[in-house]
Design a protein around this ligand. Sequence first.
Ligand code: MN
Length: 213
Amino acid sequence: MTHTLMTLPFDENALEPYISSETMQYHHGKHHAGYVNKLNTLIKDTEFAEMELDEIIKKSSGGIFNNASQVYNHNFYFKGMSSKKSTPSKTLVEAIERDFASMEKFKDLFLQAAANLFGSGWVWLSINKEEKLIIESRSNADNPILDDHIPLLTCDVWEHAYYIDYRNARAEYLEKWWELVNWDFVSENFVNPHYLVFPCDDYSGACEFKEEK
Ligand code: MN
């Protein structure tokens, strides 16, 4: 199968002024597209050629793993943002309060983890095998599904995510990114794991939210 570049769930300029259309043009149009194209080239005529993205991530290594996981991670990142204000569902708030004490504390811990991640990588909110919410810092293309965690939200802290708009001010990017989090997406992942991730184009960003808020 040929992997395709996900359509953005919003207009290129929808996240301005926090994330510029120039950043989106490079981040989605060059970086994300580059991972998709490289993946397609690398898996041609290999055992991975017909696998779904998550299966490739779990079974491959090296360049194939890096590109497959980066496709997945960017799908997740872009779906996790919206220009529309949203709030987490009641059940998600309850789980966050159970595992991080409060929403404020969770925000602090998440953004601290993202600010402190050394080099390139991703910070995730995931559910671990004990069904606890955890914040995970993962370098480069690393992915929570390798440990059978269920990802709910991710923030890209590779420099290409923020350098055009924020230069070296990662913390400032993180504060603004927080304002863009699509809590409908996160809340939906919480009650319906993986539903919105595969296949990646099924989610337009305007999901019908199934749960009472
Ligand atoms: Mn990126």
